[in-house]
Design a protein. Sequence first.
Length: 146
Amino acid sequence: MKFKYIVWPFTACRVGIGIGLLTRSSDYTPSLVLGTAGLIARLLGALIVSGVHLGLKMDPAKTSLAAICGALIGACVGGYLGAISKLGSSMIALFNPDLPEGDFGSLFGGFGGVLIGACAGAVALAGCSVAGSGRNANSRMTGSMA
């Protein structure tokens, strides 16, 4: 059995536990809940990606792991920064001005930060991996080196 099949499913679980430890007050309940949510999200994501690869008959070797890692890192960082910044008030003003900012500000900020961070992280790391490999953007599809 390969080691990566054991380590990768628990990566999201460890991220959830880490976030839970950062936000805990005196007990470990947030760590357990967020760790379990991370594990479930990782397993569902793996099932969805595998299903898409099988359904569309895609080659899994062409999946950009840098973009996936960038999206995960960007989602974690963006969700945290969005929740503690004033992004929530901007999103409430944009989507539903009738909501009270005190109740939903950090929630909307976290959601917006996750979306913006995941997109920015995926584009940034995928671009860095293509730029760092010495190939142009079209050579990934054709397999030729620039």
